[in-house]
Write a protein that binds this ligand. Structure first.
Ligand code: PEP
Ligand code: MG
Length: 534
Protein backbone atom coordinates (compact mmCIF):
# COMPACT_ATOMS: atom_id res chain seq x y z
CA UNK A 1 0.00 0.00 0.00
CA UNK A 2 1.25 3.48 -0.84
CA UNK A 3 0.87 6.18 1.81
CA UNK A 4 1.63 9.75 0.82
CA UNK A 5 3.20 12.01 3.42
CA UNK A 6 5.75 14.80 3.29
CA UNK A 7 9.47 14.93 2.63
CA UNK A 8 11.57 14.78 5.79
CA UNK A 9 15.09 13.67 4.99
CA UNK A 10 15.58 12.91 1.28
CA UNK A 11 16.92 9.40 0.93
CA UNK A 12 15.55 5.86 0.45
CA UNK A 13 15.55 2.60 2.31
CA UNK A 14 13.86 -0.79 2.40
CA UNK A 15 13.40 -2.49 5.75
CA UNK A 16 11.17 -3.82 8.48
CA UNK A 17 8.82 -1.50 10.33
CA UNK A 18 9.19 -1.07 14.05
CA UNK A 19 6.15 0.70 15.45
CA UNK A 20 6.97 2.69 18.52
CA UNK A 21 3.90 3.54 20.52
CA UNK A 22 4.05 6.15 23.22
CA UNK A 23 2.18 3.75 25.46
CA UNK A 24 3.44 5.52 28.50
CA UNK A 25 1.37 8.54 27.62
CA UNK A 26 -1.73 6.61 26.58
CA UNK A 27 -1.95 3.68 28.99
CA UNK A 28 -5.07 1.57 28.74
CA UNK A 29 -7.64 2.25 31.45
CA UNK A 30 -9.85 -0.68 32.46
CA UNK A 31 -11.54 -2.16 35.49
CA UNK A 32 -10.16 -5.43 36.83
CA UNK A 33 -11.84 -8.22 38.75
CA UNK A 34 -8.84 -9.78 40.41
CA UNK A 35 -7.63 -6.71 42.29
CA UNK A 36 -5.12 -8.70 44.38
CA UNK A 37 -3.38 -9.92 41.22
CA UNK A 38 -3.40 -6.36 39.85
CA UNK A 39 -1.83 -5.12 43.07
CA UNK A 40 0.92 -7.70 42.66
CA UNK A 41 1.51 -6.46 39.09
CA UNK A 42 1.95 -2.95 40.44
CA UNK A 43 4.26 -4.07 43.27
CA UNK A 44 6.42 -6.00 40.81
CA UNK A 45 6.76 -2.97 38.52
CA UNK A 46 7.48 -0.74 41.52
CA UNK A 47 10.28 -3.03 42.72
CA UNK A 48 11.78 -3.21 39.24
CA UNK A 49 11.67 0.58 38.95
CA UNK A 50 13.40 1.01 42.32
CA UNK A 51 16.06 -1.51 41.35
CA UNK A 52 16.76 0.15 38.01
CA UNK A 53 16.92 3.60 39.61
CA UNK A 54 19.31 2.22 42.20
CA UNK A 55 21.61 0.99 39.44
CA UNK A 56 21.32 4.36 37.68
CA UNK A 57 22.21 6.08 40.95
CA UNK A 58 25.32 3.98 41.46
CA UNK A 59 26.52 4.32 37.87
CA UNK A 60 26.00 8.08 37.84
CA UNK A 61 27.56 8.49 41.23
CA UNK A 62 30.67 6.72 39.97
CA UNK A 63 30.79 8.54 36.66
CA UNK A 64 29.61 12.03 37.52
CA UNK A 65 29.52 12.34 41.29
CA UNK A 66 26.88 12.27 44.02
CA UNK A 67 25.39 15.64 43.14
CA UNK A 68 24.40 14.52 39.66
CA UNK A 69 23.15 11.18 40.96
CA UNK A 70 20.86 12.81 43.50
CA UNK A 71 17.95 12.89 41.06
CA UNK A 72 17.66 9.09 41.14
CA UNK A 73 17.55 9.09 44.91
CA UNK A 74 14.71 11.60 44.79
CA UNK A 75 12.82 9.36 42.37
CA UNK A 76 13.35 6.29 44.56
CA UNK A 77 11.96 8.28 47.48
CA UNK A 78 8.76 8.93 45.51
CA UNK A 79 8.38 5.23 44.80
CA UNK A 80 8.80 4.52 48.49
CA UNK A 81 6.54 7.34 49.61
CA UNK A 82 3.64 6.15 51.73
CA UNK A 83 1.06 8.66 50.48
CA UNK A 84 1.94 8.05 46.84
CA UNK A 85 1.64 4.28 47.20
CA UNK A 86 -1.45 4.43 49.38
CA UNK A 87 -3.35 6.28 46.69
CA UNK A 88 -2.29 3.82 43.99
CA UNK A 89 -3.13 0.78 46.11
CA UNK A 90 -6.49 2.28 46.98
CA UNK A 91 -7.21 2.95 43.30
CA UNK A 92 -6.63 -0.72 42.59
CA UNK A 93 -8.17 -2.41 45.63
CA UNK A 94 -11.14 -0.13 46.29
CA UNK A 95 -11.94 1.15 42.80
CA UNK A 96 -10.83 -1.87 40.77
CA UNK A 97 -8.71 0.24 38.40
CA UNK A 98 -5.94 -1.51 36.49
CA UNK A 99 -2.40 -0.69 37.58
CA UNK A 100 -1.64 1.70 34.69
CA UNK A 101 -4.79 3.68 35.44
CA UNK A 102 -4.13 3.66 39.19
CA UNK A 103 -0.58 4.92 38.68
CA UNK A 104 -1.51 7.68 36.25
CA UNK A 105 -4.44 8.85 38.38
CA UNK A 106 -2.35 9.00 41.52
CA UNK A 107 0.54 10.67 39.70
CA UNK A 108 -1.72 13.26 38.14
CA UNK A 109 -3.08 14.07 41.59
CA UNK A 110 0.38 14.68 43.08
CA UNK A 111 1.69 16.36 39.91
CA UNK A 112 -1.12 18.91 39.97
CA UNK A 113 -0.69 19.43 43.66
CA UNK A 114 3.03 20.13 43.28
CA UNK A 115 2.79 22.33 40.20
CA UNK A 116 0.24 24.52 41.95
CA UNK A 117 2.86 25.55 44.50
CA UNK A 118 5.01 28.51 43.53
CA UNK A 119 8.36 27.07 44.49
CA UNK A 120 11.00 25.83 42.04
CA UNK A 121 12.05 22.92 44.26
CA UNK A 122 8.52 21.66 44.65
CA UNK A 123 7.96 22.06 40.91
CA UNK A 124 11.11 20.02 40.22
CA UNK A 125 9.54 17.29 42.34
CA UNK A 126 6.53 17.37 40.04
CA UNK A 127 8.82 16.56 37.10
CA UNK A 128 10.28 13.67 39.11
CA UNK A 129 6.77 12.36 39.62
CA UNK A 130 6.20 12.51 35.90
CA UNK A 131 9.44 10.63 35.19
CA UNK A 132 8.67 7.99 37.79
CA UNK A 133 5.15 7.55 36.41
CA UNK A 134 6.45 7.08 32.89
CA UNK A 135 8.97 4.56 34.13
CA UNK A 136 6.29 2.58 35.99
CA UNK A 137 3.95 2.61 33.03
CA UNK A 138 6.69 1.56 30.64
CA UNK A 139 7.43 -1.37 32.95
CA UNK A 140 3.74 -2.27 33.28
CA UNK A 141 3.23 -2.17 29.52
CA UNK A 142 6.48 -3.98 28.73
CA UNK A 143 7.83 -1.02 26.76
CA UNK A 144 10.67 0.00 29.06
CA UNK A 145 13.36 -0.80 26.53
CA UNK A 146 11.19 -0.11 23.53
CA UNK A 147 13.89 1.84 21.71
CA UNK A 148 16.56 -0.77 22.19
CA UNK A 149 16.16 -2.02 18.61
CA UNK A 150 17.38 -5.57 18.16
CA UNK A 151 17.63 -5.52 14.37
CA UNK A 152 17.95 -2.82 11.71
CA UNK A 153 14.49 -1.26 11.38
CA UNK A 154 12.44 1.62 10.06
CA UNK A 155 11.10 3.36 13.13
CA UNK A 156 7.51 4.59 12.94
CA UNK A 157 5.87 6.71 15.62
CA UNK A 158 3.53 9.61 16.13
CA UNK A 159 6.53 11.61 17.34
CA UNK A 160 10.05 10.81 18.46
CA UNK A 161 11.87 13.33 20.58
CA UNK A 162 15.56 14.13 20.01
CA UNK A 163 16.32 12.49 23.39
CA UNK A 164 14.66 9.30 22.23
CA UNK A 165 16.42 9.33 18.88
CA UNK A 166 19.90 9.58 20.37
CA UNK A 167 19.23 6.40 22.40
CA UNK A 168 19.03 4.33 19.21
CA UNK A 169 22.16 2.77 17.81
CA UNK A 170 22.88 4.30 14.41
CA UNK A 171 23.36 0.94 12.70
CA UNK A 172 19.88 -0.17 13.86
CA UNK A 173 18.06 2.77 12.28
CA UNK A 174 17.17 2.48 8.58
CA UNK A 175 14.59 5.22 8.41
CA UNK A 176 11.94 7.17 10.29
CA UNK A 177 8.23 7.59 9.59
CA UNK A 178 6.68 10.19 11.84
CA UNK A 179 3.25 11.80 12.00
CA UNK A 180 4.24 15.04 13.72
CA UNK A 181 7.16 17.39 13.10
CA UNK A 182 8.61 19.24 10.13
CA UNK A 183 11.89 19.40 8.22
CA UNK A 184 13.01 21.97 10.76
CA UNK A 185 12.35 19.71 13.78
CA UNK A 186 15.58 18.81 15.52
CA UNK A 187 14.89 15.13 15.24
CA UNK A 188 14.71 15.44 11.44
CA UNK A 189 17.81 17.63 11.31
CA UNK A 190 19.61 14.99 13.35
CA UNK A 191 18.47 12.20 11.02
CA UNK A 192 19.56 14.26 8.00
CA UNK A 193 22.98 14.80 9.54
CA UNK A 194 23.59 11.07 9.40
CA UNK A 195 21.73 10.52 6.12
CA UNK A 196 18.75 8.55 7.47
CA UNK A 197 15.59 8.90 5.31
CA UNK A 198 12.55 10.45 6.98
CA UNK A 199 8.93 10.71 5.82
CA UNK A 200 6.62 13.00 7.78
CA UNK A 201 2.87 13.27 8.18
CA UNK A 202 2.24 9.53 8.14
CA UNK A 203 0.79 7.49 10.96
CA UNK A 204 1.51 3.77 11.00
CA UNK A 205 -0.88 1.60 13.01
CA UNK A 206 0.62 -0.88 15.43
CA UNK A 207 -0.73 -3.76 13.33
CA UNK A 208 2.00 -3.02 10.77
CA UNK A 209 4.73 -3.84 13.26
CA UNK A 210 7.27 -6.16 11.62
CA UNK A 211 5.88 -5.61 8.11
CA UNK A 212 8.24 -4.76 5.31
CA UNK A 213 8.22 -1.20 3.98
CA UNK A 214 9.95 1.11 1.56
CA UNK A 215 10.58 4.59 2.81
CA UNK A 216 10.99 7.21 0.11
CA UNK A 217 12.12 10.43 1.79
CA UNK A 218 12.82 12.03 -1.61
CA UNK A 219 9.14 12.08 -2.55
CA UNK A 220 7.69 11.86 0.96
CA UNK A 221 5.97 8.49 0.66
CA UNK A 222 5.93 5.08 2.28
CA UNK A 223 5.02 1.71 0.74
CA UNK A 224 3.98 -1.08 3.08
CA UNK A 225 4.29 -4.75 2.08
CA UNK A 226 5.88 -3.85 -1.27
CA UNK A 227 5.97 -6.49 -4.01
CA UNK A 228 9.21 -7.72 -5.58
CA UNK A 229 8.85 -5.42 -8.59
CA UNK A 230 8.58 -2.30 -6.46
CA UNK A 231 11.48 -3.38 -4.26
CA UNK A 232 13.62 -3.95 -7.36
CA UNK A 233 12.75 -0.44 -8.58
CA UNK A 234 13.77 1.07 -5.25
CA UNK A 235 16.96 -0.99 -5.09
CA UNK A 236 17.83 0.65 -8.40
CA UNK A 237 17.06 4.09 -6.99
CA UNK A 238 19.28 3.35 -3.99
CA UNK A 239 22.07 2.30 -6.33
CA UNK A 240 21.56 5.46 -8.37
CA UNK A 241 21.69 7.51 -5.18
CA UNK A 242 25.02 5.87 -4.32
CA UNK A 243 26.28 6.51 -7.86
CA UNK A 244 25.39 10.20 -7.63
CA UNK A 245 27.17 10.37 -4.30
CA UNK A 246 30.34 8.91 -5.75
CA UNK A 247 30.14 11.29 -8.72
CA UNK A 248 30.18 14.15 -6.23
CA UNK A 249 33.50 12.88 -4.93
CA UNK A 250 35.23 14.73 -7.77
CA UNK A 251 34.50 17.88 -5.76
CA UNK A 252 36.76 16.71 -2.95
CA UNK A 253 39.80 18.97 -2.82
CA UNK A 254 38.20 21.56 -5.10
CA UNK A 255 38.04 25.21 -3.97
CA UNK A 256 34.53 26.39 -3.09
CA UNK A 257 34.39 29.36 -5.42
CA UNK A 258 31.77 30.62 -7.89
CA UNK A 259 32.53 30.98 -11.62
CA UNK A 260 32.73 34.75 -11.02
CA UNK A 261 35.32 34.35 -8.29
CA UNK A 262 33.36 34.62 -5.00
CA UNK A 263 34.90 32.33 -2.41
CA UNK A 264 32.62 30.78 0.19
CA UNK A 265 33.75 28.71 3.15
CA UNK A 266 31.92 25.40 3.34
CA UNK A 267 31.62 24.05 6.87
CA UNK A 268 29.83 21.14 8.56
CA UNK A 269 27.08 20.98 11.17
CA UNK A 270 27.66 18.11 13.57
CA UNK A 271 25.88 16.59 16.53
CA UNK A 272 28.93 14.83 17.97
CA UNK A 273 32.14 12.95 17.29
CA UNK A 274 30.44 10.38 15.04
CA UNK A 275 29.69 13.03 12.43
CA UNK A 276 33.29 14.27 12.20
CA UNK A 277 34.29 11.27 10.10
CA UNK A 278 31.77 12.25 7.41
CA UNK A 279 32.67 15.92 7.68
CA UNK A 280 36.33 15.08 7.03
CA UNK A 281 35.54 12.51 4.32
CA UNK A 282 33.37 15.00 2.44
CA UNK A 283 36.08 17.62 2.70
CA UNK A 284 34.61 20.13 5.10
CA UNK A 285 36.84 23.15 5.70
CA UNK A 286 35.88 23.06 9.34
CA UNK A 287 33.02 22.52 11.74
CA UNK A 288 30.63 25.49 11.59
CA UNK A 289 28.23 24.26 14.25
CA UNK A 290 28.54 21.62 16.97
CA UNK A 291 25.09 21.13 18.51
CA UNK A 292 26.52 20.06 21.86
CA UNK A 293 23.15 19.37 23.48
CA UNK A 294 22.72 16.29 21.29
CA UNK A 295 25.78 14.74 22.87
CA UNK A 296 24.12 14.62 26.24
CA UNK A 297 20.46 13.97 25.50
CA UNK A 298 20.61 10.24 26.10
CA UNK A 299 21.29 10.68 29.78
CA UNK A 300 19.49 11.92 32.82
CA UNK A 301 22.27 13.93 34.40
CA UNK A 302 24.21 16.94 33.27
CA UNK A 303 27.73 16.45 31.96
CA UNK A 304 30.63 17.37 34.19
CA UNK A 305 33.47 19.69 33.12
CA UNK A 306 35.64 16.63 32.50
CA UNK A 307 33.00 15.03 30.27
CA UNK A 308 32.60 18.26 28.29
CA UNK A 309 36.36 18.55 27.93
CA UNK A 310 36.87 14.96 26.77
CA UNK A 311 33.99 15.15 24.27
CA UNK A 312 35.27 18.38 22.65
CA UNK A 313 38.94 17.36 22.73
CA UNK A 314 38.05 14.22 20.76
CA UNK A 315 36.19 16.28 18.18
CA UNK A 316 38.99 18.84 17.88
CA UNK A 317 41.61 16.12 17.47
CA UNK A 318 39.51 14.23 14.91
CA UNK A 319 39.21 17.47 12.93
CA UNK A 320 42.95 17.41 12.40
CA UNK A 321 43.70 21.13 12.28
CA UNK A 322 40.33 22.29 10.90
CA UNK A 323 38.51 25.01 12.85
CA UNK A 324 35.74 23.88 15.21
CA UNK A 325 32.80 26.03 16.33
CA UNK A 326 31.27 24.66 19.53
CA UNK A 327 27.82 25.99 20.37
CA UNK A 328 26.96 26.10 24.06
CA UNK A 329 24.01 23.99 25.20
CA UNK A 330 20.86 24.90 23.29
CA UNK A 331 18.59 23.04 25.68
CA UNK A 332 14.93 23.62 26.36
CA UNK A 333 12.05 23.78 23.85
CA UNK A 334 12.06 20.28 22.29
CA UNK A 335 15.48 19.32 23.65
CA UNK A 336 16.52 18.00 27.01
CA UNK A 337 13.55 18.77 29.20
CA UNK A 338 14.16 15.42 30.93
CA UNK A 339 17.85 16.11 31.36
CA UNK A 340 17.13 19.38 33.10
CA UNK A 341 13.86 18.32 34.72
CA UNK A 342 12.33 21.47 33.33
CA UNK A 343 8.83 22.35 34.25
CA UNK A 344 6.31 22.22 31.43
CA UNK A 345 5.92 25.50 29.59
CA UNK A 346 2.97 26.91 27.68
CA UNK A 347 5.22 28.12 24.85
CA UNK A 348 8.47 26.18 25.05
CA UNK A 349 9.97 27.70 21.88
CA UNK A 350 9.63 31.08 23.57
CA UNK A 351 10.53 29.69 26.94
CA UNK A 352 13.45 29.14 29.20
CA UNK A 353 15.92 27.75 26.72
CA UNK A 354 19.45 27.98 25.33
CA UNK A 355 21.45 30.93 26.71
CA UNK A 356 18.59 31.73 29.13
CA UNK A 357 19.17 28.42 30.87
CA UNK A 358 22.95 28.84 30.83
CA UNK A 359 22.98 32.40 32.17
CA UNK A 360 20.70 31.46 35.04
CA UNK A 361 22.40 28.18 35.90
CA UNK A 362 26.05 28.63 36.68
CA UNK A 363 26.34 24.87 37.33
CA UNK A 364 25.37 24.14 33.75
CA UNK A 365 27.30 26.91 31.98
CA UNK A 366 30.64 27.14 33.79
CA UNK A 367 31.57 23.43 33.42
CA UNK A 368 30.81 23.64 29.70
CA UNK A 369 32.80 26.84 29.22
CA UNK A 370 35.74 25.34 31.09
CA UNK A 371 35.50 22.17 29.01
CA UNK A 372 35.56 24.15 25.76
CA UNK A 373 38.41 26.41 26.91
CA UNK A 374 40.47 23.35 27.84
CA UNK A 375 39.77 21.67 24.49
CA UNK A 376 41.03 24.82 22.76
CA UNK A 377 44.58 23.79 23.74
CA UNK A 378 44.30 21.12 21.04
CA UNK A 379 43.19 23.18 18.05
CA UNK A 380 41.34 26.13 16.53
CA UNK A 381 38.21 26.42 18.67
CA UNK A 382 35.42 29.01 18.76
CA UNK A 383 32.46 29.25 21.13
CA UNK A 384 29.04 30.09 19.74
CA UNK A 385 26.15 31.35 21.89
CA UNK A 386 22.55 30.46 20.91
CA UNK A 387 19.37 32.57 21.19
CA UNK A 388 21.09 35.83 22.14
CA UNK A 389 18.70 38.80 22.16
CA UNK A 390 20.72 41.61 23.76
CA UNK A 391 24.15 43.12 24.29
CA UNK A 392 23.57 42.80 28.00
CA UNK A 393 23.42 39.03 27.66
CA UNK A 394 26.80 39.08 25.93
CA UNK A 395 28.22 41.10 28.83
CA UNK A 396 26.93 38.43 31.20
CA UNK A 397 28.41 35.72 28.95
CA UNK A 398 31.76 37.50 29.05
CA UNK A 399 31.63 37.63 32.85
CA UNK A 400 31.01 33.88 32.94
CA UNK A 401 33.86 33.24 30.49
CA UNK A 402 36.19 35.32 32.67
CA UNK A 403 35.03 33.36 35.69
CA UNK A 404 35.65 30.05 33.90
CA UNK A 405 39.14 31.19 32.94
CA UNK A 406 40.06 32.34 36.42
CA UNK A 407 38.87 29.05 37.91
CA UNK A 408 41.10 27.18 35.44
CA UNK A 409 44.02 29.48 36.24
CA UNK A 410 43.54 28.93 39.96
CA UNK A 411 43.43 25.18 39.39
CA UNK A 412 46.55 25.33 37.22
CA UNK A 413 44.69 23.68 34.31
CA UNK A 414 45.86 24.75 30.84
CA UNK A 415 43.38 26.32 28.41
CA UNK A 416 43.56 27.84 24.94
CA UNK A 417 42.32 31.06 23.41
CA UNK A 418 38.95 31.01 21.67
CA UNK A 419 37.02 33.22 19.28
CA UNK A 420 33.45 34.03 20.28
CA UNK A 421 30.42 34.00 18.00
CA UNK A 422 26.79 35.00 18.36
CA UNK A 423 23.90 33.05 16.82
CA UNK A 424 21.62 35.45 15.00
CA UNK A 425 18.37 33.54 15.26
CA UNK A 426 15.94 36.01 16.74
CA UNK A 427 14.67 39.18 15.05
CA UNK A 428 16.00 41.05 18.10
CA UNK A 429 19.55 39.90 17.40
CA UNK A 430 19.28 40.79 13.71
CA UNK A 431 17.87 44.24 14.50
CA UNK A 432 20.66 45.07 16.96
CA UNK A 433 23.36 43.30 14.95
CA UNK A 434 25.21 46.64 14.72
CA UNK A 435 25.62 46.62 18.52
CA UNK A 436 26.29 42.87 18.74
CA UNK A 437 28.91 43.00 15.97
CA UNK A 438 31.20 44.92 18.32
CA UNK A 439 30.92 42.16 20.89
CA UNK A 440 31.74 39.10 18.77
CA UNK A 441 34.37 37.70 16.43
CA UNK A 442 31.75 36.27 14.06
CA UNK A 443 28.02 35.78 13.54
CA UNK A 444 26.25 32.58 12.66
CA UNK A 445 22.72 32.95 11.33
CA UNK A 446 20.34 30.23 12.46
CA UNK A 447 17.68 30.51 9.78
CA UNK A 448 15.53 27.76 11.32
CA UNK A 449 14.75 29.78 14.40
CA UNK A 450 15.10 33.16 12.67
CA UNK A 451 12.31 32.13 10.28
CA UNK A 452 10.21 30.73 13.11
CA UNK A 453 10.42 33.94 15.12
CA UNK A 454 10.30 36.44 12.25
CA UNK A 455 7.24 34.85 10.69
CA UNK A 456 5.64 33.77 14.00
CA UNK A 457 5.44 30.18 12.72
CA UNK A 458 6.21 27.14 14.85
CA UNK A 459 9.02 25.31 13.04
CA UNK A 460 7.80 21.97 14.44
CA UNK A 461 4.16 22.24 13.48
CA UNK A 462 3.29 19.86 10.67
CA UNK A 463 0.28 21.91 9.64
CA UNK A 464 2.35 24.99 8.92
CA UNK A 465 4.73 23.52 6.32
CA UNK A 466 3.06 25.45 3.50
CA UNK A 467 3.55 28.77 5.31
CA UNK A 468 7.05 28.28 6.71
CA UNK A 469 9.29 30.04 4.21
CA UNK A 470 12.92 30.76 5.15
CA UNK A 471 13.24 32.73 1.90
CA UNK A 472 10.48 35.15 2.93
CA UNK A 473 11.53 38.72 2.15
CA UNK A 474 11.42 39.58 5.87
CA UNK A 475 13.97 36.87 6.66
CA UNK A 476 16.14 37.95 3.72
CA UNK A 477 16.15 41.54 5.02
CA UNK A 478 17.18 40.29 8.47
CA UNK A 479 20.08 38.44 6.85
CA UNK A 480 21.06 41.46 4.75
CA UNK A 481 21.04 43.72 7.81
CA UNK A 482 23.09 41.22 9.80
CA UNK A 483 25.71 40.83 7.06
CA UNK A 484 26.00 44.59 6.50
CA UNK A 485 26.49 45.27 10.20
CA UNK A 486 28.95 42.40 10.56
CA UNK A 487 31.05 43.52 7.61
CA UNK A 488 31.07 47.14 8.82
CA UNK A 489 32.61 45.80 12.04
CA UNK A 490 34.97 43.56 10.05
CA UNK A 491 33.60 40.21 11.20
CA UNK A 492 32.43 37.28 9.01
CA UNK A 493 28.97 35.70 8.79
CA UNK A 494 28.06 32.03 8.47
CA UNK A 495 24.58 30.68 7.75
CA UNK A 496 24.08 27.43 9.64
CA UNK A 497 20.32 26.81 9.44
CA UNK A 498 18.79 24.38 6.93
CA UNK A 499 18.59 27.18 4.36
CA UNK A 500 22.36 26.92 3.95
CA UNK A 501 21.87 23.55 2.22
CA UNK A 502 19.01 24.65 -0.02
CA UNK A 503 20.35 25.19 -3.55
CA UNK A 504 17.41 27.49 -4.31
CA UNK A 505 18.78 29.96 -1.75
CA UNK A 506 22.51 29.73 -2.47
CA UNK A 507 22.81 32.53 -5.02
CA UNK A 508 20.70 34.84 -2.87
CA UNK A 509 22.78 34.17 0.26
CA UNK A 510 26.03 34.71 -1.57
CA UNK A 511 24.72 37.93 -3.13
CA UNK A 512 23.75 39.11 0.34
CA UNK A 513 27.41 38.74 1.26
CA UNK A 514 27.32 35.63 3.46
CA UNK A 515 30.90 34.39 3.98
CA UNK A 516 30.33 30.75 4.92
CA UNK A 517 27.68 28.06 4.75
CA UNK A 518 27.51 25.34 7.37
CA UNK A 519 25.55 22.24 6.34
CA UNK A 520 25.08 18.57 7.18
CA UNK A 521 28.21 16.57 6.28
CA UNK A 522 26.18 14.65 3.67
CA UNK A 523 25.30 17.92 1.91
CA UNK A 524 28.84 19.29 1.71
CA UNK A 525 29.77 18.10 -1.76
CA UNK A 526 26.31 18.82 -3.18
CA UNK A 527 26.69 22.41 -1.98
CA UNK A 528 30.24 22.72 -3.30
CA UNK A 529 28.95 21.65 -6.72
CA UNK A 530 26.11 24.18 -6.54
CA UNK A 531 28.47 27.02 -5.60
CA UNK A 532 31.13 26.12 -8.18
CA UNK A 533 28.47 25.99 -10.89
CA UNK A 534 26.98 29.39 -10.02
C1 PEP B 1 18.84 27.46 13.65
O1 PEP B 1 17.99 27.83 14.46
O2 PEP B 1 18.80 27.73 12.44
C2 PEP B 1 19.98 26.64 14.10
C3 PEP B 1 21.00 26.39 13.32
O3 PEP B 1 19.91 26.11 15.35
P1 PEP B 1 18.99 24.85 15.71
O4 PEP B 1 18.44 24.29 14.41
O5 PEP B 1 19.86 23.88 16.40
O6 PEP B 1 17.93 25.45 16.55
MG1 MG C 1 18.32 27.57 16.61
Amino acid sequence: MKIVGRIGSPSYSIGKLYIYEHNSFRPSHRLVEDTEAELLRFEKARNEAIESLRIAYERTNERAGAENAEIFKAQIMILEDEEYNKRIRNNILADGKNAEWAVSESSRHFYELFTSIDDDNVRAKAMDIKDVTNKLIRLLTGTDNALDLKEPSILAAAYISPSELVQIKREMLEGIVMLEGSVYSHVVILAKTVGIPVVLGVYMPESLNGHEAIIDGVNGQVFTDPDEELKARYRQLIEEEDRQKSLLKKFIGVDTVTSYGRKVALLANIAGLNDVKNAVEYDSEGIGLTRTEFMFLDRETLPTEEEHFRAYKEIVEACDGRSVVIRTLDLGADKGAALLHLKEEENPALGKRAIRICLTNRDIFIPQLKGILRAAVYGDVSILYPMIISGDEMLQVNDMVREAKSELEAEGVPFGSVKQGIMIETPAAALISDELAGMADFFSIGTNDLTQFTLALDRQNRDLAQFYNPMHEAVMRMIRMTVENAHKAGIPVTVCGELAANPAATKRLIDLGVDALSVSPKDLLKMRKVICEL
